[in-house]
Design a protein around this ligand. Sequence first.
Ligand code: AP5
Length: 611
Amino acid sequence: MLPTTLSSLHSTNVTLTPSLSPLSPFSPSSSSFLSLSPSSSTQRRRRLNSLCVFGDTHLRISPKPKGLRVKCLVSEPLKVMISGAPASGKGTQCELIVQKFGLVHISTGDLLRAEVSSGTEIGNKAKEFMNAGCLVPDEIVTAMVTARLSREDVVERGWLLDGYPRSFAQAQSLEKLKIRPAIYIVLDVPDEILINRCIGRRLDPVTRKIYHIKNFPPETEEIKARLVIRPDDTEEKVKSRLEIYKQNSEAISSTYLKIMTKIDGNRPKEEIFKEIESFLLQVQKDKEKMEKSGNTLLESKSHKIQTSASEDNWRGIPTKLNNIPHSREIRDYFYKDVLDATQRAINDGRIRLKVENNIPELNPEMDVYRIGTLMELVRVLALSFADDGKQVKVCVQGSMGEGALTGMPLQLAGTRKILEYMDWGDYGALGTFIKIGSVGAKEVDEQDDMFIIVAPQNAVGNCIIDDLKAMTDAAGNRPVILINPRLKDLPGSSGIMQTMGRDKRLEYAGSFQNCYFFRLLYYAGTQYPIMGALRMSYPYRYELYKRVDEPSGKEKYVILSTFTERPTTDEINDAFQGKPSVMIKPIHFINKCRNEAKNTSGIWGFLSGIF
Ligand code: AP5
């Protein structure tokens, strides 16, 4: 039970050894943090397209196992679980996985549909649930799955379980039988895409192949003529299936947290498969290594080792975040996390974005705030977009009053100079693809493709929103990304902010969409210990984590709940107290934030960086 409301202070007085699973493909650099140089020689190699200078890109971050081949396993075949919302592409990916890895595909949906079309007793019972878009009772499905799992072909070739478990009880049934996968893959796709996919889905009753009227149309007119629509693929039923999925998914994930791998399912299917394939090859490789080293694959031991092998792929929250300064691994984890989210948002055509990354080193409220970390983050983003041939303008607000130093926020003083002195790589990115500027309409040049604005903020007596708005107006459809903005209303020297009306200012600040959000959670009024974390990476949901101490002296972050919008303090407290998750009402984001900004207590009221 939480005795008080959670707040967001950061403790700085504990020194703990940092530990981070080797998730980040950024290699720890020997270069000093304070030197502000790119973190590896690979990263320094730049591709400046129009200058015809080519090299590896600054951050090519998806791990691509090279030279690996699928080999026949002597003892334990692969065991894989795939999960995701309706129409997230499970069936489509399973087809490709089976082709490559030869696993036995067990889809509870397919098994049930086969029972229905054969008119068996099970089928007759299941039919009404399925057609209504509800889950078929556990006992029917579990009996069907466990019977199928015990068949000879499955034992020999391994299994690919699709659509099971779909509830906590089903997951527990498998646990009791010690039936565990080596990897739990979750396909993540935004809701609106899912609905469109379901409505357009068509099935070939002869080959069982899945088509989509727009995305994957049938190859011939003959196939087209025989395609059928699933009875549960209406918009209304899809929405109900989606809700059921969301209600259950967190409880299931908690069973497989350590071996869970989330994959962005909103990409071309070949691209998704490539990523899945690399994970499966890695799991196979680890198993082969283990077998070579002569380990006996007793069920319990095998699970333990498989778990740790797969942990390499688990993109969880780095631990020991109270350790200051943050290690290179921790910083790289967050740079990569922010970069991935920002790239996805830009690729989706979003143009008004904000990143709020409040790890202790990036929280200006703290006495451990490090401008160097902020500058490194900005450099990672700018260089990555420059790699793609974009002209990036990195902007730092200057003086907002009369004279050079009036209205200069403390943490931005001298920042522009630091940016100019930083190492931007060996290929002259600075001055060609990356330019440094200030905030305002006149900073927008025709050749600029996008703008990264470093910590724009209001100061008492000065409002940056005027300049910012003029700049975004001039930028038009070009992306503008705010990094750790602080656009909350502050009083003007005359007691009133001078720009627009308060509502208009807040509305403008709220027009920037979060593409990344990370904040640690503490009890209100305390600085230690960290209770948990809230993370959002576009286009996914807000993830609420609880920090858990382990007997070994280590710690881990366990996911408690996810939210479509940033959760309120009450929602966070409810999740920590184990109350059933409240369905988030579709309140408009701006109104929600506005209301929260008025509240002066609790996590959101405390923060000055919400807008
Ligand atoms: P089930 O058949 O498992 O349905 P589901 O989980 O809702 O998943 P879908 O089959 O709808 O989608 P999918 O993720 O396989 O996507 P697909 O590849 O087809 O279950 C049906 C029902 O059975 C349940 O509602 C329930 O009643 C019952 N049931 C099943 N398991 C149960 C259990 N364990 N307990 C209780 N009841 C259970 O792709 C969808 C569409 O998108 C296709 O048209 C495809 O071409 C397209 N597409 C796929 N990938 C992409 C891509 N990358 N880009 C663009 N389009 C794509």
